[in-house]
Ligand binder design. Structure first.
Ligand code: ADP
Length: 138
C-alpha cells in the first residue's frame, strides 16, 4: 500500500485545525499508519528542507517550523502521495483555490498548514527521518 509523510505545521496546531484537516484525508479514504508529536530542531529542519536551505527565506521557515510542537503522520492508501498533494493545493496559500486545505486554512507561501511528501522517494526518506521501527504497532 502507498504511504506518505505529512506534518501538521505550527499554524495548523496553533489554530486547532488538525482534526478538520485530518477529516479531509480520512474522507478521501486514507488511513493513519503512524503518528508522532515532536519539536523540530535546526538539524532535522536543515535535513528536511535541504532543497531550500540556501534560500534567503530559510531562517524564517526554520523559526516558523520550530515555533510550536508539530504532529508527523504517515497516511496510507492507493495513490496517497499525489492525492494528498492535490487536497493541499499549491505551496502558496494565497494562490490555492477555495476547497483546498491551503486555500481554506493557509495564510501565506510559508504559513501553509501541512507538509506532504512529493514523490515515492521523498516519502520513503521522510518516513525514515521522522519514524523508527519502535514507533509502529506490531
Ligand atoms: P511544498 O511544501 O509545497 O512541497 P517547497 O518544498 O517548495 O513546497 O517548500 C517547503 C516549504 O517552505 C513550503 O511549504 C513553505 O512553508 C516554505 N516556503 C517555500 N517557498 C517559500 C517562499 N518563497 N517564502 C517563504 N517560505 C517558503
Amino acid at each position: 500500500m502507498d504511504k506518505t509523510l505529512i506534518i501538521f505545521k505550527p499554524d495548523c496546531m496553533k489554530k486547532k485545525l488538525m482534526g478538520s484537516v485530518l477529516s479531509r484525508f480520512e474522507a478521501a479514504g486514507f488511513s493513519v499508519a503512524g503518528c508522532k508529536m515532536m519539536e523540530l530542531d535546526s538539524a532535522v529542519l536543515r535535513e528536511h528542507y535541504a532543497h531550500i536551505a540556501d534560500k534567503p527565506f530559510f531562517p524564517e521557515i526554520e523559526s516558523f517550523m520550530a515555533s510550536e510542537p508539530v504532529v508527523a503522520m504517515i497516511l496510507e492508501g492507493e495513490n496517497v502521495i499525489d492525492t494528498v498533494r492535490e487536497l493541499l493545493g499549491p505551496t502558496d496559500s494565497t494562490k490555492a483555490p477555495a476547497g483546498t486545505i491551503r486555500g481554506d486554512y493557509g495564510e501565506t507561501v510559508m504559513i501553509n498548514v501541512v507538509h506532504a511528501s512529493d514523490s515515492p522517494e521523498a516519502a520513503k526518506a521522510e518516513i525514515k527521518r521522522f519514524f523508527s521501527e519502535s514507533d509502529f504497532i506490531k
